[in-house]
Design a protein around this ligand. Structure first.
Ligand code: PMP
Length: 305
């Protein structure tokens, strides 16, 4: 990743990609206290646009607030930085990664002598869980790792350190031949994937876990809007793993994962074991929406030029 041409926005300046470096004593590298975002820019019909930029920037600031980090830039500056990074790297479509971290000004957990630094990078990134998975659905396993407890880690924050749990779950799933993990909370209820929110469909009703230890996903919110517009009843509730086994359909959502169908959990086919019709419909509408083809939501696109 480090050896590329292009530019990265670093504390207010565009820096050549290879020069966007930090010291080994960077505080966040040691303790994982930082916040970040992941967004996509799409080649929409009227040009390249970042999808739900403002909402992602708002969540970045909420995450920082939860961790008590003071971001040194305001929201308009960071919105402009994200648009500029896509534009100046000449990307037609992109994954955008803003991150705020503590620098190498000091060590120790008190963190009272540190500066908060901010970067924004962007690069091309295809389907997160593979093009085939988008069409046929992915195979997942229930993770042996429990999702964070709400009073151990702040799950509303998209915080760097939270992802150690995600990575262990994903690596376990991949090692065992699955595409992704499904994490349960401390009480055994379904929460989310390692980097995606979870949905299931049964008898035409769409269900998704309540937001306790799952991230408040922006794609989740987009799908809630879309599903209601399409006339579906949507319920947020506690979901058990056996409810997933007997679901008609299931899918993951995320800025990276978009809408990814799930065809199997723990060796049990979900529904008919292929992408279901509701998932397919939502997926199609989601792609129309991010490409600026749904009039009601064109405000969700921020054009880079
Ligand atoms: N849960 C987790 C743990 C995630 O990392 C992500 C990706 N940000 C999501 C859910 C989906 O969130 P969003 O739709 O905002 O990308």
């Amino acid at each position: 990743m480090a050896e590329r041409d292009g530019v990265i926005w670093f504390d207010g300046e565009m820096v050549p990609w290879r020069d966007a470096q930090v010291h080994v004593l960077t505080h966040t590298l040691h303790y994982g206290m930082g916040v970040f975002e992941g967004l996509r820019a799409y080649k929409a019909d009227q040009g390249t646009a970042i999808f739900r930029l403002q909402e992602h920037t708002d969540r970045l600031f909420r995450s920082a607030h939860i961790l008590n980090m003071q971001i040194r830039f305001d929201k308009p500056t960071l919105n402009a930085a994200q648009l500029a990074v896509v534009r100046e790297n000449g990307l037609e479509s992109a994954y955008v990664r803003p991150m705020c971290f503590y620098g190498a000004e000091g060590m120790g957990l008190r963190a009272d002598n540190l500066q908060v630094h901010t970067i924004v990078a962007a690069w091309e990134w295809g389907s997160y869980l593979g093009a085939e998975g988008m069409e046929k659905g992915i195979r997942i396993r229930t993770s042996s790792f429990t999702r964070h407890h709400v009073n151990v880690t702040m799950c509303r924050a998209k915080a760097n350190g939270n992802y150690m749990n995600s990575m262990m779950a994903l690596q376990e799933a991949v090692r065992d031949g699955y595409d992704e993990a499904l994490l349960l909370d401390v009480d055994g209820f379904v929460t989310e994937g390692s980097g995606e929110n979870f949905f299931l469909v049964r008898n035409g009703v769409i269900y998704t876990p309540e937001l306790t230890s799952a991230l408040e996903g922006i794609t989740r919110d987009t799908i809630l809007h879309l599903a209601r517009d399409l006339g579906y009843e949507v319920r947020e509730k506690r979901i058990t793993r056996d409810e997933v086994y007997v679901a008609d359909e299931a899918f993951f959502t995320g800025s990276a994962a978009e809408v990814t169908p799930i065809r199997e959990l723990d060796g049990r086919a979900i529904g008919s074991g292929i992408r279901g019709p509701v998932t397919e419909q939502l997926q199609r509408h989601y792609f129309d929406l991010v490409h600026g083809r749904v009039d009601k939501y064109t405000d969700w696109l921020a054009y880079v030029k």
